[in-house]
Each structure stands twice: as C-alpha cells, then as structure tokens.
Ligand binder design. Structure first.
Ligand code: SF4
Length: 410
C-alpha cells in the first residue's frame, strides 16, 4: 500500500498551503477534488480517460497537486463546470473564475499501449492503466446485461460494443500485459473485475485465476472483484490462490434504491452481502475487503451512513464514490451528485474508519488502494492533519481519538 494517505500516485504530494478560507492543505485539496468530482472539469484538449467498463465509470484521469484523481470530463454536465484545466507555460493548472487553485498533470498515454500480443491483440484492449493501477474487466459480458437485471449505473457492454476491448481476457494475456505495465509504466497493483456469470461462483474463480497469473508473473498485489458466490466457500478458494484484496460491491445500503438500480444484487440482499463480507474478512483480513458505495442514486443518506458504519465494524472498507453517469448506461442522463452532499457523507464515515483503525493506506490493492475515484481518503488525510493541530476542522478527544465534525447522525 502506498504511504500517501491520498492514494498511491508515484508522484510527490502537493505542498501548497491552505486556502483563503483558512483550510489547511489537505482539507483544501479534499474540498477541491470533491467539487471536481461533482461538477466535472472542462478540458481544453482531450485527456486520457476511462470510458464504459463494469460499475460506475467515465472519467478523465490526472494528478491534482500530486494526488491521483478521476473526474468527469466527457459528460455533458462537465462542459458547464466552473472548473477548467488550463495549459500553462510549464505544465497545467486547475482554475476557477481565473484563479489558479492547483497544479495538474494529465495522465500520459502508457508506453505499453503500443505493444501487441503474438496473436495481434493490442495490450490496451486487454488491460488499461488507471493512473498507477492496471485494470481489466476479465469477462466483458455479464449475465444481467441487456435484460431486466442490468445494473443501471453500469457500462460493461458499452466498451465491448465500441470495439475498445475483447470479450474474454485469459490469465496468460493478463500476465503478459501486467509485466509490461509494471516494467514500462510503473504499475503498482492490478484491479481485476468481471461481469457476473450464470454459474454458482458468479465468475469469482475465473477472475481469481487471472489475478493469480498476474501476481505470479509480475509480482503485483492484486484485487479481484466479484458478486457474492452462492457457496461462500468459493471466497476461501479465491484467498487460497494468493489474491491480496477483494471487492464485493453492494453499491448502496438503501434497499429501495438497490432494488431499483441493481435488481440482481437486490436478490442477494444487503444481508447477503454482509454474510459474504464476514467470510471474506475471515479469509483476507480486516481492511482487505471493500465495497463500492455509490452516492447520488436517490438514497437515504442515513441508511448510507449506518450501512457504512456496520460494514466498518466487521472490517470492511466502504469505498464511497459519487455516481459517474456512464454514456450508454441506463443512467447516462443523470448528473453526478452535489459535492456538498458527498462531503457530508464522507464526514459521517471517515471518523468511524479512523476509530476502527481502517483506512485507504492499509488496503493492499485495487480501487480502495488507488482512491482516485473518491475524495474520501483525502478527508482521512484531512482528519489526520487536524489531529496534528493543523486545523480547527477536527478535534481530538480525551481518549486520543480523532473526530471530524459529524454533521448529522440521524
Ligand atoms: S453485475 Fe451489474 S455492475 Fe457488475 S457487470 Fe453485471 S451489470 Fe455491471
């Protein structure tokens, strides 16, 4: 795991001071990235971005003051953002109303993208580099895609239809690409996901075989992501393959929203996810099991905060992210949730993470290690800075525990 509380970047963290509102550097950056992930960022020239793929996607990738971040750049609403990425004499900056707020470094096209397999498949169609994490959807098909079970936020079929990827990546292909991504472009881990299969294991064993091959060939820590298998013993089999972290994504703790946006996941039910997580924490350890929690789908925020705390209690890291409406998904006409709302949820979750001793820096691999799609780890950093006496935004209690203001518990 990266030493930086803001996620591994391979770049030095920014050293800018606080802003005019008196916020310290970490709080200022946390606020800025939360805003960018809500409003989006206008770009003068196209930057490398992720489009489609399983789960919530579609975002430009860049470092902001040295911190890895994905922010909407291609969506329509991003064109109306007050934030703009501007070229400077020596680099780039993020501006609002003519004021320079941060340095920026757009993600450069990785060198391994120029390579092809002996069978003629471009490496970039097998796995992409998401900033410093090698990422692939190993089965680009899902048993739920195109029928009434399709997850509304998902774009897994979009990239396949556009010819930007291949339907099935083999362990051998992924191992070959992982070695190149590590050696040529400095990939630090691998994040492998899969569409769900109609088999009882839901695809878990195949994505784990792919992860095992990547780990053995490139020596990278690996996260694999899958739905709860019918037989939870499958989770133990995944652990036995040497996988470092797992993502088992409930997506929301509001059961009504889950039923509306992810009917198949709703059949597993939130309690079904908790059963899978308990088994996974026993197999992988506390903090190595994570779930996406997507904000902005009409959920009750109290249910989200309560669900996150319950997950944290059993050692699961809730990776709270704003919705990224994916072009081609059933939610393509939605917009990302307001930054203020996301910040409120982060502030209700982060103190519990800290009190429980969980944090992004403890995750070995995957989305919760990378953290670029959320500002939650920046709020963790802000909290730690506050505990060092650098801020009036947090406080340390008599037991030495650190608290950010909890805006509302009910
Ligand atoms: S289970 Fe849902 S989110 Fe996952 S690939 Fe299938 S449709 Fe997409």
């Amino acid at each position: 795991m990266d030493e930086s509380p803001t996620g591994a970047t391979g770049h030095p963290p920014g050293r800018n001071g606080g802003d005019r509102a008196g916020r310290p550097a970490s709080a200022r950056l946390a606020h800025l990235i939360t805003e960018l992930q809500g409003y989006g960022l206008r770009v003068e020239v196209p930057i490398e971005s992720r489009q489609g793929g399983a789960g919530p996607a579609d975002a430009g990738m860049l470092w902001i003051d040295g911190v890895a971040a994905t922010v909407p750049t291609g969506a329509g609403y991003a064109q109306a953002s007050p934030y703009v990425l501007q070229a400077e004499d020596d680099g780039w900056g993020v501006y609002r109303d003519g004021e320079r707020l941060a340095s920026a470094q757009p993600f450069q096209r990785p060198r391994y993208y120029d390579l092809t397999t002996s069978g003629g498949i471009p490496y970039w169609q097998i796995a992409l580099l998401h900033l410093d994490s090698l990422a692939s959807t190993v089965l680009q098909t899902c048993a739920y895609w195109g029928n009434s079970d399709q997850c509304a936020f998902c774009g897994i079929g979009v990239t396949l239809a556009n010819g930007r990827t291949i339907a099935k990546k083999t362990p051998e292909m992924l191992a070959e690409v992982a070695v190149a991504a590590k050696n040529l472009d400095g990939a630090v881990d691998a994040t492998l996901t899969t569409g769900s299969t109609a088999t009882p294991d839901k695809g878990a064993l195949y994505v784990a075989r792919c992860g095992q091959a990547v780990r053995e060939a490139a020596g990278l820590p690996v996260e694999v992501q899958f739905e709860p298998p019918r037989d939870l013993a499958v989770i133990d089999q995944v652990a036995d393959m040497g996988i470092d972290s797992v993502g088992i994504h409930v997506e929301t703790f509001d059961p009504q929203v889950l039923a509306r946006v992810a009917p198949a996941k709703a059949r597993t039910g939130i309690e079904g996810y908790f059963r899978a997580w308990e088994r996974a924490v026993a197999a992988f350890g506390e903090g190595q099991v994570s779930t996406y929690v997507i904000l902005g789908m009409g959920e009750d925020p109290d249910l989200i905060a309560e669900g996150c705390r319950r997950a944290i209690d059993i050692g699961v890291y809730p990776f709270v992210v704003p919705l990224r409406p994916t072009v081609g998904s059933l939610m393509e006409n939605m917009v990302a949730p307001p930054a203020e709302y996301c910040e409120t949820i982060y502030r209700r979750v982060v103190p519990y993470l800290s009190a429980r001793g969980l944090g992004a820096r403890g995750v070995a691999a995957g989305c919760a290690r990378c953290q670029a799609c959320s500002a939650i780890s920046l709020h963790e950093a802000s909290l730690h800075e506050a505990s060092d006496g650098g801020s009036h935004e947090g406080r340390t209690d008599a037991d030495g525990r650190i608290h950010l203001p909890i805006l509302s518990n009910r």
